[in-house]
Design a protein around this ligand. Sequence first.
Ligand SMILES: O=C(O)CCC(=O)C(=O)O
Ligand SMILES: [Fe+2]
Length: 323
Amino acid sequence: MFESSVFAKFDTDGYVVVRGLLDVELDIAPVIREYSAVLDRLAGQWLAAGRLTSTYDDLPFCERLLKIVIEAEPAYDQHFDISLPQAGVTDNTPIHNGPAVFNLLRSPRLLDAVEQFVGPEIYSNPVQHTRIKLPEHLLPAPSRTGLTAQVAWHQDLGVVTDDADNTDMLTVWLPITRSTLENGCMAVIPGSHRGDLALHCHSPNPLTINQVCIPESQLTEKSVPLPMDPGDVLFMHRRTQHSGLVNHSDEIRWSFDLRYHPIGQPTGRRWFPGFVARSRSNPPSEQVSPEAWAESWRRVRHELAHSDDVAFNRWKHGDPRCA
Ligand SMILES: O=C(O)CCC(=O)C(=O)O
Ligand SMILES: [Fe+2]
């Protein structure tokens, strides 16, 4: 059980970092191994397509990815992400839903912690990503997205549809590599969760707190950067204002962001598949099969590929307030 100071910090500031919560060997190392295999496959394909001169298979994951992206300039983020994009999905849209990722989402260490925030009936919300960010000065333009570059100020409640306004959604952010002030750690505005949901606009990033409502200088002034090491976990309220800083370093900054809430509450992204991560009242309802989880994403991919694009958020393009 966490000490009461953890919840006091969360209630007052809208976030709390718990150090060393995860087991690096059990929770994180298998994910890196799994992604190394993904990169191995991609490197082979890009070599065969003449985009690479070598597969660089003697390098560890981060150094290898860096070399490959600089040389081949691929749109690499979607090959690694654990969710689908919000538009343009086809039957061939890449997505990675491997067993090591599934085990991370269901890590008993993680769920024991989440349970203390959201209770014993835990749903894994499908708003989930991995962000593998290259140094921004080395990031080729075709590879630059919200998953690979800085993330502007926003509230996570702003990225879901309004049916989830009362969902007790908890954001869980965890680094796979160390995240530092220099390489673009997370930054938060303490206490901002006590305010309302601010107007979000579609630029400069998709879904950014409107600069007229809250000027960026005001956010930056109150911003608290959160350097974290692998094993540390950040828990964040759905209205906490936060951003992912620019990676000014020469190293990769890699993280996962996940969300959980009580079973039965709207996810705010109804087209995507979540799952029962833990149910103390009905254990057989828990999703325990990594294959079934991966299959649920493939099924949705197929459905979206054969239907019109659906609206994923509450903010309209061209809102006059965003001009
Ligand atoms: O990792 C980042 O840069 C941003 C992540 C984020 O916005 C989140 O976890 O909600
Ligand atoms: Fe966020």
